[in-house]
Design a protein around this ligand. Structure first.
Ligand code: SF4
Length: 158
């Protein structure tokens, strides 16, 4: 659609990932430059520092976190569930503020994943599931896809 989208900040050259890694996805950077996308990082917006410890969802996925049935734990054992939920709410607030109906978010992140996440054992093992922010955005009717879905849909070809 022509409406402004939300995109993961780490796609747009912003060093917001836990280890400060980021990507410069040209098609996404172009959307941002043209005012067609707003970069957000739910983990930073939820109050976590950068760099920070990597975290995984233990006991479910983002839906379960929102329902109080799973927690987000970092690799040192700290419970960061509250910050992840706060970040999801802030990302939703930003989406609503700009009237976004769609988000392109980083696959496999415990916040941003939309098909796959890590399984909570810090062993690099993935499972089907979605991140906390993706879950909250979808509950509010915002379409969330990943960079991988976006590429396969060919929406970035203009
Ligand atoms: Fe990127 Fe999302 Fe992780 Fe922020 S929370 S670094 S936007 S994947």
């Amino acid at each position: 659609g022509n409406k402004v989208k939300i995109v993961s900040g780490c796609f747009a050259g912003i060093a917001c990932r836990y280890d400060q890694k980021h990507w410069r996805v040209e098609e996404i950077q172009r959307l941002v430059r043209e005012g067609k996308a707003i970069p957000v990082c739910p983990e930073q917006m939820g109050g976590l520092p950068t760099p920070r410890n990597p975290a995984e969802i233990v006991g479910g996925d983002g839906e379960d976190v929102l329902d109080g049935k799973a927690r987000v734990i970092d690799n040192q054992g700290n419970d960061v569930t509250e910050q992840y939920i706060a970040g999801a709410r802030e990302a939703l607030a930003m989406a609503e503020a700009v009237g976004a109906e769609e988000a392109i978010l980083k696959e496999r992140s415990p916040s941003c994943g939309s098909c796959m996440i890590y399984n909570g054992t810090f062993s690099g093992t993935k499972k089907e599931g979605i991140g906390v922010t993706t879950a909250l955005l979808r509950r509010h009717g915002i379409r969330v896809i990943s960079e991988e879905t976006w590429e396969s849909e060919g929406e970035n070809q203009t």
